[in-house]
Design a binder for this molecule. Structure first.
Ligand code: HEM
Length: 488
């Protein structure tokens, strides 16, 4: 018995020694870059979704939204614009975070050397492989099919449809009320973004008050299915199939998903379409049932890609708009400046602005950019090294550090650190939209990523959001709701 225990203990000690040696080797492999060290990577056995919910625990977890909370702090402490997160277990999982504009540019423009680590996106492929979660030839095929959907003509339609949705809200929902009180501004920005993607993605015009009748062959209205699914996407993605049948709520989500799939189907998408505007589903379906053009897409890919447009196309926009309104409420002087510009232009136009007038609203776009600088909707962009290579970053003392990046190392573009870097941005913690009116450090502003894998929907977002901000601010002043619990 005694000798068995001794043998087990020896094995354990050997394992411990080997792990510590590997840990040291991992730190050495990235040139001893400073940065956080964790005992283990919680995502390793808890999964990405649960890891994100963990509170900050020393040597175990950095806590939810740690990148946004920390901004440039970790890099300032390290004295250089690259840090490495090294885990004791598993040591193979070393992540380098970058806050150096030039190094980031090198990574985003070297697609073969730093491709997208598609394994990190597996959660986004639950409905089928798609443009966001793919690489190489597969990604090229998707991009070739869908890029034309983002043409100038279709962007004009995004403006027109957004204006229609805003006026529908003002005229038929808010009416003459002098004051509108919302518990959370996402209650309004989420439906707006959903309605726009409903038209753009599915060719279905949804209004605030109509669409109440369930069409034949369906058990839910399009609006309800879209809303329920999008509000519960994370649940649908993270729970196993059997668990989705356990409660009434999860069964409703399942039903919404089945309903949406019906609209995603080629024939249905066409039959149900009421208004033909820009329809992303059309672009996919054209290639699914008519592959003569040479680029074909399967039904599973059609569903996967439509899902990704639904997700990419509305959550980011809705939350960015919400942050913009909150910042404008917190900075009334900036709000007044924006209002004066909008009022001036509208008086001169003597009518409702059209898509051709969009570029006049420079402050509306600046407000959106400043919001995305402070609260980037996707705080990090992951890449990985496809070969043994190296990168060079700036040090706080004016020097430079070149460090090795072994093949397989994860490299994360740390957007909050880049966006709050005092070298690129004066008073980075202050909301100052005017910084985007003149020249600004473009390589240090990366909310849409950059290079070949940059956001395909950037213009779509800008068009929709300029229309929303401009029309909202031309009619309403935004203030923070008085809530006694927030009085100190
Ligand atoms: C605030 C608004 C938005 C932000 C901040 C944003 C940000 C991003 C970022 C950072 C990426 C790169 C992701 C990665 O490398 O993993 C990306 C990719 C993408 N985005 Fe957006 N996005 C926004 C709005 C939209 C909209 C409105 C659409 C569509 C209607 C869209 C469609 C896409 C697509 C299709 C890709 C993948 C492009 C590719 O890999 O070829 N995005 N977006």
């Amino acid at each position: 018995m005694h000798s068995v225990l001794l043998a087990l203990l020896s094995v354990f000690v050997l394992y411990l020694l080997q792990t510590l040696l590997e840990f040291r080797r991992a730190i050495h492999s990235v040139g001893h870059l400073p940065g956080p060290r964790l005992l283990f990577n919680p995502a390793w056995f808890l999964g990405q979704v649960i890891r994100r919910a963990l509170p900050p625990i020393r040597y175990v977890s950095r806590g939810p939204s740690w990148m946004l909370r920390k901004g440039y702090q970790d890099f300032a402490a390290a004295g250089k614009d690259a840090i490495a997160l090294v885990n004791v277990l598993p040591t193979s999982k070393t992540t380098i975070f970058l806050a150096d504009a030039a190094a980031i540019k090198e990574v985003t423009t070297s697609r073969a050397r730093f491709p997208k680590p598609v394994h990190l996106y597996s959660v986004l492929s639950v409905f089928g492989s798609n443009i966001v979660a793919s690489e190489g030839e597969e990604w090229k095929r998707y991009r070739t099919i869908v890029a034309p959907a983002f043409s100038e003509r279709n962007t004009r339609l995004v403006w027109d449809e957004t204006s229609r949705i805003m006026f529908d809200l003002f005229d038929n929902v808010w009416g003459d009320s002098p004051e509108i009180v919302l518990d959370h501004c996402v209650d309004i920005t989420l439906p707006i973004a959903l309605f726009v993607i409903g038209v753009a993605g599915f060719g279905r015009r949804v209004t605030w008050t109509s669409d109440l009748i369930i069409p034949p062959g369906h058990q839910m209205t399009f609006k309800d299915a879209l809303h329920i699914l999008s509000a519960n996407l994370i649940l649908k993605i993270s729970l196993p199939k059997w668990a989705m049948n356990l409660t009434e709520h999860t069964r409703k989500i399942n039903l919404a998903f089945t309903e949406m799939k019906k609209w995603w189907m080629p024939g249905e998408a066409r039959r149900q379409k009421k208004s033909v505007t820009i329809c992303l589903v059309d672009f996919w379906t054209r290639h699914s049932d008519d592959p003569d053009g040479g680029v074909a897409i399967t039904e599973q890919e059609l569903i996967g890609n439509t899902f990704i447009f639904l997700l990419a196309g509305h959550e980011t926009t809705a939350h960015t708009l919400c942050f913009s309104f909150a910042l404008l409420a917190l900075y009334p002087d900036e709000q007044e400046r924006l209002y004066q510009q909008i009022k001036g232009i509208m008086t001169e136009l003597n009518g409702i602005p059209t898509y051709s007038d969009m570029n006049l609203f420079t402050l509306s776009l600046a407000v959106l950019y400043e919001t995305l600088r402070m609260f980037p909707a996707a705080p990090s962009v992951p890449k990985h090294a496809a070969e043994d290579t190296s990168l060079t970053v700036d040090n706080a003392d004016g020097g430079k550090t070149t460090f090795p990046v072994p093949s397989g190392t994860e490299v994360q573009l740390h957007l909050p650190a880049l966006h709050y870097h005092p070298k690129y941005w004066k008073d980075p913690h202050t909301f100052r939209p005017e910084r985007f009116l003149g020249e600004y450090p473009r390589d240090a502003f990366l909310p849409f990523s950059a290079g070949a894998r940059a956001c395909l929907g950037r213009r779509f977002f800008e068009t929709e959001s300029i229309a929303v901000i401009t029309m909202m601010m031309s009619k309403y002043r935004v203030e923070i709701k008085e809530e006694p619990e927030f009085h100190w």
